[in-house]
Design a protein around this ligand. Structure first.
Ligand code: NAD
Ligand code: UPG
Length: 621
């Protein structure tokens, strides 16, 4: 407690955050968690709740959302979001798992090890009030976008959804329930939550924790199963620490205690904003250097490699390109900017604002380069955009650079803008483009395809907007080999190598759900027989609603080219690269490829008679 400033302690105490919990044994006994309610069934709430339930079969986890369609889809075989590996976790937690037997060692005969059956403990519902009223812990994981109107428009956080949920929590939560900020919120939001709760429920005490989420789209399941850290901020009071400990225990079912950091609430809230801002800053830094490379003849990949080998700098997040997209980086940097501005720190605000400006500069500079290479006119030309999601292996398209690029390219009146994304359902992308671009999208020259060949057929220019491995024309960088015997990797807290058999498990008498999952993945890949359930553990999945867009896409086209509805056999197979020889052959001359994501080996591509323009490298012609 001595490391926590007195001002923080007294501010927290003054919020009434130091009351006792109704679920403690006496005032300060251990909190027993049997029910968790997660409000918000989105990209964070859905996967996080699924993993918490998967790892804690003794806890009932209910995910609630006001969006009926989302809930219906979570209760079907086609969840509303695609994340590699998510479906396997949802199937066990939501539908229950059957007892299964298998050999306890690789190569061994027989079935001497058993995984017990488990009942379903993950539920999705729209009954928000009831679910909150039954919860010992309420995770609030609703959207917190940037305000687009009113005071602070363009940088302040829009707290409408978060505030609305706080009001409902105040109305329904049982006395002593622990309220957890899972959403990314401005620093000192816990104070607002406390004010709302005490206004609606005077005299009733709740503990409020900050537990920001660090998962990234496309790797959410791995990030949740093997997190770098779990951050939990609490009031520096005894009951605040008890509440934090209750949440620590939920995570400790599968995360080692050294990786669970506990801090005061404000540090936790602020650390989330700082983590994202510093990651975004690295991307903007390398993108600023890419502009210098294009002028000087230096190659940005070579520069990034040369600086990244210095362990003080590190080699991650140094891939230059058309800038970061996604629902988080821009809004979280702007959240920090607004915080600094409103605290009378304009120099700090301006420093971070540059990160966002540089990001827009990177995207617009590359789009203008495309137009310039095509003689400043797109009239009569077809331009293909490969990749619509904001990054690879996700169907999340929020703030995707591709959309802004399409907007700019449309101004040049092309004959057609063709779009293909290997993870997105074309029907959904069509709707999104319509919604986001408004009437310009209705002019009939934007087409979304289910495969790359048709999308690129007869195109003058192919633009790579997302770093999917499928678009590479050279092998993807191979991760360092992991010796057979994944337990070693697991002991270090790293993800097991799916190619190595995880057996025998570290503790053969008490295998974990992570062990079974690793074995499942290994067997699926080994099997090669399209068997989604090699351990024979799954129950039947519920059917989809009539309007399921994935079922519709399957019905309308066999050649779907999107991954949302995949089973694990299909999902864990390495995806096929697109056929650049065929594509080059069927492009209109002069054939151009604009590589906005550093996935193309330009020398190989030039052998096919294609001109290549890449970020951070000089024009070769
Ligand atoms: N997407 C990510 O990768 C990511 C990662 C880390 C943190 N975050 C943070 O997590 C939070 C959630 O992000 P997301 O991407 O999951 O958002 P999302 O938009 O995918 O999901 C939010 C859900 O909350 C629901 N909701 C809104 N108001 C509600 C209400 N009053 N009652 C019930 N449900 C309500 C919405 O219907 C929606 O389904 C944000 O603060 C975000 O910054 C996101
Ligand atoms: O070297 C790089 C790395 C990434 N990107 C781009 O940056 C964006 C964001 O990528 P990434 O951070 O991998 O995905 P997000 O899902 O946005 O995850 C970030 O935002 C989440 C939401 O807050 C956090 O939880 C994660 O820790 C944080 O990485 C994508 O458009 C990438 O293409 C680059 O341009 N160059």
């Amino acid at each position: 407690m001595s490391s926590i400033p007195e001002a923080v302690v007294s501010s927290v105490k003054s919020l009434g955050l130091n009351g006792s919990s109704a679920h403690t044994n006496g005032t300060l006994g251990d909190v027993v968690v049997k029910n968790i309610c997660c409000v918000g069934a989105g990209y964070v709430g859905g996967p996080t709740a699924a993993v918490v339930a998967f790892q804690n079969p003794h806890i009932r986890v209910t995910v609630v959302d006001r969006d009926e369609t989302r809930i219906r889809r979570w209760n079907s075989k086609h969840p509303p979001i695609y994340e590699p590996g998510l479906r396997d976790i949802v199937r066990i937690a939501r539908d229950g798992g059957r007892q299964a037997s298998f050999a306890s060692k690789p190569e061994a005969e027989g079935q001497d090890a058993t995984v017990q059956d488990r009942p379903a403990n993950l539920f999705f519902t729209t009954d928000v009030g009831k679910s909150i009223s039954e919860a010992d812990i309420v995770l609030v994981a609703v959207n917190t976008p940037t305000k687009y109107r009113g005071v602070g428009a363009g940088s302040a956080t829009d707290m409408t959804a978060f505030e609305a949920v706080t009001g409902v929590v105040a109305q329904y939560a049982r006395e002593g329930a622990i309220i957890v900020e899972k959403s990314t919120v401005p620093c000192r939001t816990a104070q607002l939550v406390a004010d709302t709760l005490s206004m609606h429920r005077p005299g009733v005490h709740f503990e409020i924790l900050s537990n920001p989420e660090f998962l990234a789209a496309g790797t959410a399941v791995g990030d949740l199963l093997y997190p770098d850290r779990i951050l939990i901020g609490s009031a520096p009071t005894e009951s605040g620490k008890k509440a934090a400990e209750a949440l620590v225990k939920v995570y400790a079912s599968w995360v080692s205690r050294e990786r669970i950091l506990t801090t005061n609430v404000w540090s936790s809230e602020l650390a989330k904003l700082v983590a994202n801002s510093m990651l975004a800053q690295r991307i903007s830094s390398i993108n600023s250097i890419s502009a210098v490379c294009e002028q000087t003849g230096a190659d940005v990949d070579e520069v990034a490699k040369a600086v990244g080998v210095d362990p003080r700098i590190g080699n991650k997040f140094l891939v230059a390109g058309i800038g970061f997209g996604g629902s988080c980086f821009k809004k979280d940097v702007l959240n920090l900017v607004y915080l600094a501005d409103t605290m009378g720190l304009p120099e700090v605000g301006e420093y971070w604002r540059q990160v966002v400006k540089m990001n827009e500069y990177a995207r617009d500079r590359f789009t203008n380069r495309i137009i310039k290479c095509l003689n400043n006119t797109l009239v009569g030309k077809k331009v293909t955009i490969l990749g619509f999601a904001f990054k690879k292996n996700t169907s999340d398209t929020r703030e995707a650079p591709a959309l802004e690029m399409i907007k700019t390219l449309l101004e040049e009146r092309p004959r057609e803008i063709a779009v293909f994304d290997p993870c997105c359902n074309p029907l959904v992308v069509k709707e999104e483009i319509k919604l986001l671009l408004g009437p310009v999208a209705d002019q009939g020259n934007i087409h979304v395809y289910g495969n790359a060949i048709d999308a690129c057929n007869n195109s003058t220019a192919v633009v790579i907007a997302t770093e999917f491995d499928e678009f590479r024309n050279q092998p993807a960088p191979t991760p360092a080999p992991v010796a057979a015997g994944a337990p070693v990797a697991k002991m270090l807290g790293r993800k097991p190598n799916p190619k190595a058999d995880p057996r025998p498990f570290v503790n053969p008498s008490v295998p974990t759900e992570n062990d079974f999952l690793a074995l499942h993945k290994h067997l699926v890949q080994l099997d090669g027989q399209d068997n989604d359930d090699p351990l024979d553990r799954y129950n039947v999945e519920p059917d989809c609603p009539e309007d399921c867009p994935d079922c519709k896409q399957y019905r309308e086209s066999k050649d779907t080219g999107f991954a949302t509805g995949m089973g694990s056999a299909e999902e864990y197979k390495p995806r096929e690269r697109i056929d650049w020889v065929h594509i080059a052959d069927h492009m209109a001359k002069p054939r151009w490829v604009f590589d906005g994501r550093g996935v193309i080996d330009s020398r190989e591509m030039e052998k096919l008679g294609v001109r290549v323009e890449s970020v951070g490298r000089q024009h070769r012609f």
